[in-house]
Design a protein around this ligand. Structure first.
Ligand code: PLP
Length: 296
């Protein structure tokens, strides 16, 4: 058992050759070792895809939904398709190898590999998660930031890779720093034509007149695994759910708002652009109980 675990895949995709035809499906390596090459396109261009999977008491959550999205993202980047059997086994293996902690995460990463090699690089990394209790119980503050793309960007300009979980997160991290400069905890992106999109690493869910509403997933945002499970929870509770185009006026009129994502789960929003937002802490607690007790 160890605090952080890294499994490097020998053949991340069956559409490309193995790194070592004689080696095992994956090998454990030291997380700070020399397992990555400096010419890897994932490092020098952010050219690759990833997933961050919540691990509760050693169990990866929503694993199949994450793996499905991993494949969708790889397809959007024209990467060879991940060998899901190999990835599933590597995720389960690192989770089993991790020190027993209540909440952890596993990251699957597949890059285009070293330029000219025609072999993707793949690894799964797992470690204990930070404490999300303050965000879940006290709420977070957000500011809205213009993403600079229209809401139909995914259709008009698919090469911008909006909606893919690519490794190019420098923009999201810059938005997060801008949010912090403005005194908030996180940013909520808005399209250049005025539709509310998603957080820097999370989806928006709103309570509106007894329903739960989230922005439509065809507007250049990530289809969230946590949001999908929040809707599963809502449907089991008899709460109606909907995917809609959401304007700033809709956001202001909502009864409650959450940013939902793997690891942090459901974080209620208490301030939007400095304005107080009502929170539903009971519903938040129920959502988080449901999310943290998912069996798969
Ligand atoms: N949107 C963005 C931009 C994200 O980075 C993430 C998660 O990393 C999400 C939404 C939420 O996705 P999930 O709930 O599957 O973690």
């Amino acid at each position: 058992m160890t605090e952080t675990v890294l499994a490097v895949l020998n053949q991340p995709s069956r559409e490309a050759a193995a790194h070592d035809p004689a080696a095992d499906a994956f090998t454990y390596e030291a997380p700070l070792g020399t397992n990555l090459q400096v010419q890897d396109l994932g490092i020098i261009r952010g050219d690759g895809v990833f997933e961050t999977i919540t691990v509760v008491d050693g169990r990866p959550q929503a694993l199949e939904a994450h793996l499905d999205r991993f494949v969708r993202s790889a397809r959007m980047l024209d990467l060879p398709l991940p060998d899901l059997d190999a990835w599933r086994r590597a995720v389960e293996a690192v989770c089993a190898e991790l020190d027993p902690v209540h909440e952890a995460f596993a990251k699957t990463v597949m890059t285009r590999g070293v330029e000219g090699s025609d072999r993707p690089t793949g690894w799964v990394y797992a470690a204990a998660s930070g404490d999300s209790t303050p965000a879940r119980t006290q709420g977070i503050s957000v500011v809205t930031l213009d993403r600079g793309y229209r809401h139909d960007v995914e259709r008009t300009s698919p090469w911008l890779l909006q909606g893919a979980k690519s490794l190019s997160y420098a923009v999201n991290m810059a938005a997060l720093r801008e949010a912090v400069r403005r005194g908030a905890d996180d940013a909520l992106f808005v399209s250049s034509d005025g539709y509310v999109l998603e957080g820097t690493r999370a989806n928006l869910v709103m309570a509106v007149g007894g329903r739960l509403v989230t922005p439509r997933t065809d507007i250049g945002i990530l289809a969230g695994t946590t949001q999908a499970d929040v809707f599963r929870f809502a449907e089991a509770e008899g709460i109606e759910t909907a995917y809609e185009l959401v304007t700033m006026a809709d956001l202001r009129a909502a009864d409650a708002l959450w940013l939902v994502s793997s690891v942090r789960q459901a974080a209620p929003i208490r301030l939007v652009n400095g304005d107080e937002q009502a929170m539903d802490l009971d519903l938040t607690e129920q959502m988080n109980e449901f999310l943290l007790s998912r069996e798969s």
